[in-house]
Design a protein around this ligand. Structure first.
Ligand code: AMP
Length: 125
């Protein structure tokens, strides 16, 4: 079911459980601010999710409430994941769903990183 991004943070969401180590993930990168792991249902040859360690429902929540250090740490982590995977030259796509119209499913902010083939038009209508 799509997330109502105006709801308070639910610490039982699946990414909160991954952050606490209660559910496994295929980890790509971790630092003080972020965790990156492979999406369980990849939509491209490479499909990585990058999440902040702080409890933020969506991009709206994060951009309004996170500290400068959290925002800088997270944004730099997304770039580092792509660079470390050798994606700067071939290119990649970032996507963050926020709220009902976007079909956000997990109520913890995540940026999708898609790569590994030409990705086609920006949106499937
Ligand atoms: P969104 O629709 O933007 O909220 O995307 C949620 C993403 O989380 C989907 O691409 C799912 O395949 C992915 N996902 C759900 N559960 C897991 C999990 N346990 N490990 C990795 N990815 C997951």
């Amino acid at each position: 079911m799509a997330v109502d991004a105006t709801q308070p943070y639910d610490d039982q969401n699946i990414f909160a459980k991954i952050l606490r180590g209660e559910i496994p993930c295929k980890k790509v990168r971790e630092d003080e601010w972020s965790l990156a792991f492979h999406d369980i249902n990849p939509q491209a040859p490479l499909h990585i999710l990058v999440i902040p360690k702080g409890q933020y429902v969506s991009w709206d929540d994060f951009s309004a409430k996170a500290s400068e250090a959290e925002i800088a740490g997270f944004v730099r982590a997304v770039g580092a994941v792509a660079r470390d995977a050798g994606l700067v030259a071939p290119g990649y796509r970032l996507l963050a769903n926020a709220g009902t119209d976007s079909h956000q499913e997990v109520p913890h902010l995540h940026v999708h990183l898609f790569a590994g083939r030409p990705l086609g038009p920006m949106l499937a209508i």
